[in-house]
Design a protein around this ligand. Structure first.
Ligand SMILES: NC(=O)c1ccc[n+]([C@@H]2O[C@H](COP(=O)([O-])OP(=O)(O)OC[C@H]3O[C@@H](n4cnc5c(N)ncnc54)[C@H](O)[C@@H]3O)[C@@H](O)[C@H]2O)c1
Length: 428
């Protein structure tokens, strides 16, 4: 055995020790979280952390190695803290999402809108943002629970998600003397959430933002991850900011007023998440009426999105798996001239990226959900439109694939391969 092999074996043994030590550390952190939660003790204990670092620094003699080791230890301590925060904040219906700005709770429960006063800090000036298509009672119910509510109703959808929509919010905030300690709360679909979130990110360089998503797409997808943005100069999301909310409230009862087609397009996003990351969730959607167990499906899909977002808040790595169906989907969306909804385009976009057996399974499910699986567009035209997508690379297009349920992966695809996949992927 040569030197390289011996050193690698040593590394393997050290990694095994590290894994076991890490598991022990996190299990102990969980016990501490429980203890602190029961007694109301704060998670962050700076004095204890400083002592731990000092004690352990003495264990490593080499000064350069010591600095590197301390970086590793600080990382482990940050993970322990995050676990403690999560366990402290999580209940049966609330997920905790770690973020650059400190993390936030996402509560998923029927009737949760009535708990807004307890879940959000609303005892101040609150800009309540909604749009003309959202039943007015939802924003009114939220406003009732605010100290000083100011409600703005934007134009529906993309018309409101614009610079002029955001400008309207800022002028109302100016008119009502909003300061850095006031906040913004969205009550609406992804369009309202993106506009209100962006307005909050910019107002006085950032004020608190709360979100009450009211479409299934916004509840399942736009509610976490911290992306906000506007469509400017006709380009979707061309201006935006990462501005995570302070808290999110998801009330599936608000979906009762949503037209069936909008409900189905939201379900396409849950299916997408299941196909790339969770085969069991896919089976759960297939079994029975998915809308009857929407809370369970939402919580599960949000846990997957949370894991991807926490690992990659800035969308530079694993979070890209959530672009499954979007390469072809964007091509279809560009050519359909608004006739198809985004989720419908994603449904069509997923099929060519699956291996045949999974595609057959997905086709049956999408049809049952009322989503399209047939498309008359020419594959060549779809590829040309998809090539305008921002995910284009030197060798072709970066895309996400799934050969079996729950196991999505990214790789580059040439325009020719994409065209032939579309030819076989759709019922034509
Ligand atoms: N920030 C993110 O991470 C993220 C993720 C996905 C999508 N988005 C964005 O979200 C937008 C699309 O969001 P959307 O699909 O929710 O559409 P939307 O916000 O445009 O809403 C669609 C329609 O449904 C109406 N509506 C909303 N809630 C309703 C309810 N409960 N009952 C009846 N009608 C209701 C709206 O008034 C609107 O007419 C896009 O701009 C997209 O870019 C953002």
């Amino acid at each position: 055995m040569d030197e390289l092999e011996l050193a690698r074996q040593e590394i393997d043994r050290a990694d095994a020790d590290l894994a076991a030590a890490f598991v022990r550390r996190m299990e102990a952190a969980s016990r501490i979280a429980q203890y602190k939660k029961e007694r109301g003790i704060p998670v962050f204990d700076p004095a204890r952390e400083a002592r731990v670092l000092e004690q352990n620094a003495r264990r490593v003699e080499d000064p350069c190695l010591r600095e590197e080791y301390l970086r590793l230890l600080k990382c482990a301590m940050a993970l322990s803290r995050a676990r403690q925060r999560r366990l402290g904040a999580e209940t049966g219906d609330t997920l905790w999402v770690e973020s650059e700005r400190g993390g936030y709770g996402v509560t998923v429960a029927r009737g949760a809108l009535a708990r807004a006063g307890e879940l959000f800090d609303l005892d101040r000036r609150v800009l309540v943002v909604t749009d003309r298509g959202v039943p007015a009672g939802y924003a009114a119910a939220l406003a009732e629970r605010c100290g000083e509510p100011v409600t703005v109703t934007l134009d529906e959808g993309a018309a409101g998600k614009s610079l002029s929509g955001a400008k309207r919010l800022w002028s109302v905030m100016l008119e009502h003397g909003f300061t850095r300690t006031d906040c913004v709360c969205a009550v609406g679909g992804g369009s309202v959430g993106d506009t209100a979130g962006f307005a909050a990110a910019c107002w006085m360089r950032g004020v608190d933002f709360y979100n009450v998503p009211t479409t299934l797409l916004a509840q399942a997808d736009a509610s976490i991850g911290g992306k906000t943005g506007l469509d400017v100069c006709g380009v979707k999301n061309s201006v935006g900011a990462f501005w995570p909310p302070r808290a999110v409230l998801i009330d599936p009862d608000l979906l009762k007023t949503l037209p069936p087609r909008l409900l189905a397009e939201g379900m396409a996003e849950i299916v997408k998440t299941a196909v790339v990351r969770d085969g069991e969730l896919l089976a759960e959607i297939e079994a029975g009426d998915p809308y009857e167990k929407i809370e369970t499906l939402l919580l599960r899909a949000l846990k997957i999105k949370r894991a991807l977002v926490e690992a990659d808040e800035r969308d530079e790595g694993p979070r890209r798996l959530l672009n499954f169906g979007h390469t072809v989907g964007h091509g279809v969306e560009a050519l359909s001239g608004g006739a198809l909804y985004h989720g419908e385009c994603v449904a069509l976009g997923m099929l060519p990226m699956c291996a045949p057996a999974l595609r057959a399974r997905l086709t049956a499910l999408l049809q049952r959900l009322g989503l399209p699986t047939r498309c008359a567009l020419e594959p060549e035209a779809v590829v040309a439109a998809a090539l305008h997508d921002k995910k284009r690379t030197a060798r072709g297009i970066a895309a996400v694939f799934a050969d079996e349920a729950g196991a999505g992966y990214c790789r580059e695809i040439s325009p020719d391969e994409l065209k032939s996949r579309i030819e076989t992927g759709w019922n034509r």
